[in-house]
Write a protein that binds this ligand. Structure first.
Ligand code: SF4
Length: 462
């Protein structure tokens, strides 16, 4: 372990090295970087992100609106030095965000320095930036900033993915995501809402909420409460969805597990005043309880058909999308037939299906009774035949209905749109091939559905 190079202390860092003399009125951050070269690289990454967002970097305590102290906790002496540096920053500046190795023990820090604004652990760049945004809100300047306020996006201008957490606390046997991405780490609700607000201000009309396990959002934060607007918001999927639904955009929830509290989301989806769409993307993966248990799925014991019935009784227009795995190790013909019967009852609107395959590092590889490839293929065919018949009947029932759609694309032949029941990239489309010339991507249009195909609809502007 090495201690900090002294010239990174904000009171000593030469301006030329930081090359970031703040302009007048620019929100400005100081950085005290302690510890080893890995911590130093973390500090550089944080500063790089802040510079890209338009923050100035102050070479001294006096010029900073807040100070980040990146701590070391390797030895007792390093812990003591970190606590001392936090104390100095509090005395000299007063507004201090703590990150780094010692941040893994937040009570240790707040026990000595209760006035710190936030404590985040090592490599939690996102959380440090969220804490900075809260302490010193960014002040976007489109003429100077390297990045637009809504960030650099790869999606079209009118929809955007909104990641609310990373990682997962489950251990499904066919999945290695928790090994790669770690335990659930939820972003603070107010940071997500601020990002969503920036996106809608920049023209986004549809927010696609994603994570590994959306219904578990906030569990790791113990559903903490943070200030938002004139009130407060809890880091809970219900509160987050309610607030997102007030931003004037469509809000679509992906990767929701059927935990009991999902029932509380359904009234929001039934409320025409709220933007949360009546759409749930729930990766059921299977329906037979024994297969689900062998998969070690969360909510394996949930009575999903009862849940679906309860949801639809509150929100009859609810669209359900899901994915399934057929041919999981040990899956018997009777278990597969149970899945087909379940599909008859569940009447899901949109379905994807995968044939099970081994993934390097997955625990399911070692399960007994792997299913032969030709049996998997046969089950996949039978499953998709059923899913497609259900989807076709559901689409056919929409003919004659009047509904709002969002325009994705306009070319010489038609406007390609989506209904509230269709997520971009994965679901179907509604095409308008008459009187569409004045439409633009992102427009919301009311149409009457005239025709239905296997996966898509056609309609006319009302
Ligand atoms: S499949 Fe299971 S373990 Fe993998 S991310 Fe989803 S819930 Fe987590």
């Amino acid at each position: 372990m090495s201690t900090n190079p002294p010239d990174l202390r904000p009171d000593l860092a030469p301006k030329a090295r930081l090359d970031a003399t703040p302009r007048s009125g620019q929100p400005t951050i100081g950085m005290v970087s302690l510890g080893c070269p890995k911590a130093l690289v973390d500090s550089e990454r944080i500063l790089t992100r802040l510079r890209a967002e338009g923050y100035g970097i102050s070479p001294d305590y006096a010029g900073a609106d807040a100070v980040i102290v990146n701590t070391c906790g390797f030895l007792d002496s390093a812990k003591a030095e970190s606590l001392e540096a936090i104390g100095e920053a509090l005395n000299e500046n007063g507004r201090v965000i703590v990150t780094g190795c010692l941040g893994a023990e937040p009570e240790y820090i707040t026990g000595v320095h209760p006035r710190v604004l936030a404590v985040t652990g090592p490599h939690q760049y996102e959380q440090v930036l969220d804490a900075v945004h809260t302490a010193v809100p960014p002040s976007p300047d489109p003429f100077i900033d390297l990045l637009p306020a809504s960030g650099v996006r790869l999606t079209p201008r009118h929809f955007a993915y909104l990641k609310i957490s990373e990682g997962c606390n489950h251990a499904c046997k066919f999945c290695i995501i928790p090994d790669m991405r770690g335990k659930l780490a939820s972003r603070p609700a107010h940071a997500i809402l601020r990002e969503a607000e920036k996106l809608t201000e920049s023209g986004v009309r549809e927010l696609l909420v994603i994570s590994q396990d959306t219904s578990a959002y906030g569990l790791d934060r113990k559903y903490d409460v943070n200030p938002w607007k004139d009130g407060e918001v809890r880091s809970h999927i219900l509160d987050l969805s309610r607030e997102l639904g007030k931003l004037g955009a469509w809000v679509r929830l992906h990767y929701v597990y059927p935990y009991p509290h999902v029932r509380d989301l359904i009234p929001l989806m039934a409320d025409p005043e709220n933007g949360v769409l009546p759409y749930l993307d729930i990766p059921f993966q299977h329906a037979h309880p024994d297969v689900l248990r062998r998969m070690a799925r969360p909510a394996a014991a949930a009575k999903t058909l009862d849940e679906i019935r309860a949801w639809r009784s509150v929100c009859p227009d609810l669209t359900l999308r899901s994915t399934f795995i057929v041919g999981y190790p040990g899956e018997t013909e009777a278990e597969f037939q149970h899945l087909l019967d379940w599909m008859d009852e569940a009447q899901l609107d949109r379905v994807g299906c995968f044939k099970y395959e081994n993934v390097d590092g997955a625990r399911s590889n070692a399960l007994p009774d792997h299913v032969a490839e030709e049996v998997k293929q046969d089950r996949w065919n039978r499953f998709m035949e059923k899913a497609q018949a259900i989807s076709e009947a559901k689409l056919e029932a929409k003919v004659g209905q009047v509904m709002q759609v969002i325009v994705d694309d306009v070319d010489d032949e038609a406007a390609t749109c989506r209904t509230k029941a269709d997520a971009p990239e994965i679901d179907g489309n509604l095409f308008i091939d008459d009187g569409f010339e004045n439409l633009s991507p992102g427009d919301l249009v009311t149409v009457e559905v005239e025709e239905a195909g296997d996966y898509d609809l056609w309609g006319r502007i009302v």
